[in-house]
Design a protein around this ligand. Structure first.
Ligand code: SF4
Ligand code: FES
Length: 204
């Protein structure tokens, strides 16, 4: 696709593409949250760029003027397949019993970009579930560290209870000093989470 019209300088490339009816997979991107750019699944190819670019962290007006963008090229497909392979290394294949099954962004994209065979068999990690409070239940191993929940807590709920702890393979979402996510808005992260990490606690 090519564009020669003037675009608002604050619009991100992914939001421009989505607004034009082009489907771009995304996990960390959310229209109402700040940009994190950490899941890398929203890559697209630009004619004038040697490598794919992350569309949520790219300004639309800066790249679309006199440039061509490819959102379903062979390079883009291969890049997304590689991203999915990394995201699925530690993710449990428990879709049949997951509350998010059938409404999961990771499950949907795995249909198109997932591989039927694995190359990483060693060093599988699992994370002990945390008690985030009375309203939400966690299944920590399902988290893909998109940080939507962390940004929601800070930017919308106004509480800095959640954070990412550890680096690389040791990263995990948690609360400081083993406290709970103490916001009346905490249940919103159930819908916000692109996978089934946070689900509803069924109160008796
Ligand atoms: S719990 Fe869900 S929303 Fe939060 S970082 Fe993990 S995958 Fe993202
Ligand atoms: S949606 Fe762009 S990097 Fe996650």
């Amino acid at each position: 696709m090519k564009n020669n019209k003037k675009i608002n300088s604050k619009v991100s490339l992914i939001s421009y593409l989505l607004a034009n009816g082009i489907s771009i997979p995304h996990y960390c991107y959310h229209n109402d949250l700040s940009i994190a750019g950490n899941c890398r699944v929203c890559v697209v190819e630009l004619k004038n760029s040697m490598k794919p670019v992350v569309s949520c962290a790219t300004n639309a007006s800066s790249v679309l003027q006199n440039n061509s963008i490819y959102h379903d090229s062979v390079l883009v497909k291969k890049a997304r397949e590689n991203v999915l392979e990394f995201l699925l290394i530690n993710h449990p294949l428990d879709c049949p019993i997951c509350d998010q099954g059938g409404d999961c962004d990771l499950q949907d994209e795995s249909l198109f970009f997932g591989s039927h065979k694995r190359r990483f068999y060693k060093f599988k990690r699992s994370v002990i579930d945390k008690n985030l409070g009375p309203l939400v239940k966690t299944v920590m191993t399902r988290c893909i560290h998109c940080t939507r929940c962390v940004r929601f807590a800070v930017e919308v709920s106004g509480v800095e209870d959640l954070g990412v702890f550890g680096r690389g393979n040791e990263s995990e979402i948690g609360t400081y000093l083993t406290k709970s996510f103490s916001s009346e808005l905490s249940m919103n992260v159930i819908d916000l989470c692109p996978v089934g990490f946070i689900t509803k606690t069924f109160l008796k």
